[in-house]
Design a protein around this ligand. Structure first.
Ligand SMILES: [Fe+2]
Length: 367
């Protein structure tokens, strides 16, 4: 039995931002709102946060240039902007990218004397100004994890920073999903599913983390008919999908992710495959390598009849990888090579994984 640590105050409700405006405003005098270029405006989340802060008399500035797979450079730009504006807390609004970036920005704003190399310094501290997260997609769970994944575009590396930064507050409202495209909904829903499966099939899993996994899978399964194209999503589905994603985040906050996430990063960086979709390809292989009993339990809790069913929904909802055979072979070979030295991810599997099993997992989707 390990420790179950989840220090984020989470409100999961309709109009979570408006109803908790005073809590949101309690973290400082001026907020730096960190978001992407479009979606937070389109889905109303940015307006909700601005209105709530206005009502409480807390000023705010917006940095809206966070890209997908946020870069170290953009994080440093947001940090300089926040410091110049005198902001004393950060609100990350959007999917995983703005929320992960917000955590890194909050860290760097507390260390104004440091340069960007501090982000990946293993012996640095985790001191940061307060962070609030408002998720608007149903995949990352970043609002309840301490993880911030950044991309060093010069080195072509996508990797978690070693600092652990839990948000202070998460305001979770499924209403923002109404504005997500079917593609974003599907990709992020599969991201949440892979978090649940990788946390469930994990050496660090215990009864408390499994509680999040199992309830998360039950909630997630309610949205499966939508991914199967059997019906359109309604408000109750959006609430379920968002809660499943938050629960999946709570699960990986305890166990971490496993081999599928480890294998996914280079496929995302080198082939441009969306995060959730990339993780899900390798999850099929990870499940096939797992003991039958555990595989069947996780798949059936999620509503699938087996791996083939999982893959068929994945392909119809998210599509297949578009890459020529030679490129794919090169990327996967490099990927397996890199993963062979990633002992943390290899050890996360609750079964033995040697190079040949790793190759099986990596190639399962593509054979
Ligand atoms: Fe993920």
């Amino acid at each position: 039995m390990g420790v179950f640590y989840m220090p984020v105050k989470v409100y999961t409700q309709k109009e979570a931002v408006g109803k908790n405006a005073s809590m949101l405003a309690s973290f400082g005098r001026k907020a730096l709102l960190v978001t992407g270029r479009n979606s937070a405006r389109a889905n109303g989340s940015l307006e909700d946060v601005c209105k709530a802060l206005d009502r409480e008399g807390v000023s705010h500035v917006v940095f809206d240039r966070i890209e997908a797979n946020p870069s170290v450079r953009t994080v440093m730009e947001a940090c300089s902007f926040g410091i110049a504006e005198g902001a004393d807390f950060v609100v990350g609004i959007g999917g995983g990218s703005p929320m992960d970036a917000a955590k890194a920005v909050a860290l760097m704003m507390s260390h104004p004397e440091e340069d960007s190399s501090y982000l990946y310094r293993a012996d640095g501290d985790d001191v940061h100004i307060p962070v609030v997260c408002v998720p608007t997609t149903c995949g990352t769970g970043s609002e309840v994890t301490a993880v911030s994944v950044l991309t060093d575009t010069q080195k072509g590396i996508k990797k978690s920073i070693p600092h652990k930064i839990f948000p202070d507050l998460a305001l979770v409202d499924g209403k923002y999903l109404r504005f997500a495209s079917e593609k974003v909904l599907a990709n992020t829903a599969f991201d949440a599913l892979t978090h649940l499966i990788e946390s469930g099939l994990n050496r660090k899993a215990d009864c408390l983390s499994l509680m999040c996994v199992e309830e998360g899978l039950r909630l997630w399964s309610a949205s499966l008919p939508i991914l199967r194209g059997e019906r359109k999503a309604e408000d109750a589905d959006f609430a379920n999908m968002m809660s499943a994603s938050t629960m999946a985040g709570m699960a990986i906050a305890q166990t971490g992710t496993a081999i599928p996430h480890g294998l996914s990063y280079s496929v995302t960086v080198k082939l441009g495959v969306e995060h959730g979709k990339a993780c899900a390809y390798f999850t099929a292989g990870y499940l096939s390598a797992a003991p039958q009993k555990e595989r069947e339990k996780l798949l059936s809790l999620a509503g699938f009849s087996g791996i083939r069913d999982f893959q068929s929904v994945l392909h119809s909802a998210c599509g297949k990888v578009q890459a020529d055979a030679d490129t794919l072979k090169k990327v996967l070979e490099e990927d397996v090579e890199e993963m062979c030295s990633n002992s943390a991810k290899l050890k996360a599997a609750p079964f033995e994984v040697d190079r040949s099993i790793l190759e099986e997992i990596a190639w399962y989707e593509f054979r």
